[in-house]
Design a protein around this ligand. Structure first.
Ligand code: ADP
Ligand code: ADP
Length: 226
């Protein structure tokens, strides 16, 4: 099954008289169950591609289908709905809510969906268990290490049972040992069937995925080209 299909995707920005081709004719297919890293230097178009994949932004041209839905033809409201249902986001800086405990943070995607409190709590605890943090459920983010906070964020991304996990520099704020642990966790989640797309500038991190795609000046190339 194809999870992501991008065909001739274009995104341009106007900077004064210049036009920046942030994404230049992107063709990309990602299968269900894949673990793909997209690696490229600063300014290569990673964030723009991530926003496109994550349904935060629409392309100027080309076609994008995610889990069978045609994203490029959707209205903004429907785009938000697809985003909330199909995608679990993992960020560099974890983006946890500081006043909520770990388990409350993990519940957030389920709260938005109107899942009842008991079911929400049970599912969130299950997700914390998946990332090995069930004993920290009632801790606040500032009582957790960086690696633990990222695990909570990963549990939150899993909570809504998304079709795909999108990780934007997930190890960018972590030391190398902790980064390795997080990459091992992502590998485990992939081995149990989850589709993962990871965006990074770090080739050592990118290599931990099963497939690497390089981006440079808004263009994609299969493999490592740094
Ligand atoms: P990366 O995430 O790899 O650093 P970006 O996707 O942020 O790359 O940027 C790709 C290119 O698009 C860069 O040349 C950047 O300057 C340009 N760009 C990104 N966002 C905007 C914007 N909102 N307005 C103008 N130019 C932008
Ligand atoms: P595990 O063996 O890792 O405990 P689960 O029983 O949680 O697996 O899930 C079984 C299958 O259902 C997974 O292989 C995966 O394809 C899918 N799945 C379950 N939960 C999620 C989720 N939160 N995100 C993505 N896929 C999920």
């Amino acid at each position: 099954e194809v999870m992501i299909s991008m065909s001739k995707i274009e995104k341009t920005y106007k900077l004064g008289d210049n036009i920046v081709h942030a994404l230049d004719h992107i063709d990309l297919t990602i299968e269900e169950g894949a673990f793909v890293s997209i690696v490229g230097p600063s300014g290569s178009g990673k964030s723009t591609l991530m926003n496109m994949m994550g349904c935060l932004d629409k392309p100027d041209g080309g076609e994008y289908t995610l889990g069978g839905s045609h994203i490029d033809r959707l209205k903004d409201r429907d785009l938000a709905e697809i985003r909330n249902r199909k995608i679990g986001f993992i960020f560099q800086n974890f983006n946890l809510l500081g006043k909520l405990t770990a388990v409350e943070n993990v519940e957030m995607p389920l709260l938005y969906r109107g899942v009842k409190a008991k079911i929400r709590r049970a599912r969130a605890l299950e997700c914390l268990k998946l990332v090995g943090l069930e004993e920290r459920a009632t801790h606040l983010p500032n009582q957790l290490s960086g690696g633990q906070q990222q695990r909570v964020a990963i549990a939150r991304a899993l909570a809504g049972e998304p079709q795909i996990l999108l990780a934007d520099e997930p190890t960018g704020a972590l030391d190398s040992k902790t980064s390795e642990d997080i990459m091992k966790l992502l590998t485990t989640l992939n081995n149990s069937g989850r589709t993962i797309v990871l965006i990074t500038h770090d080739l050592n991190v990118a290599r931990k995925a099963k497939r690497t795609v390089s981006i440079r000046d808004g263009r994609l190339q299969e493999g490592e080209h740094i």
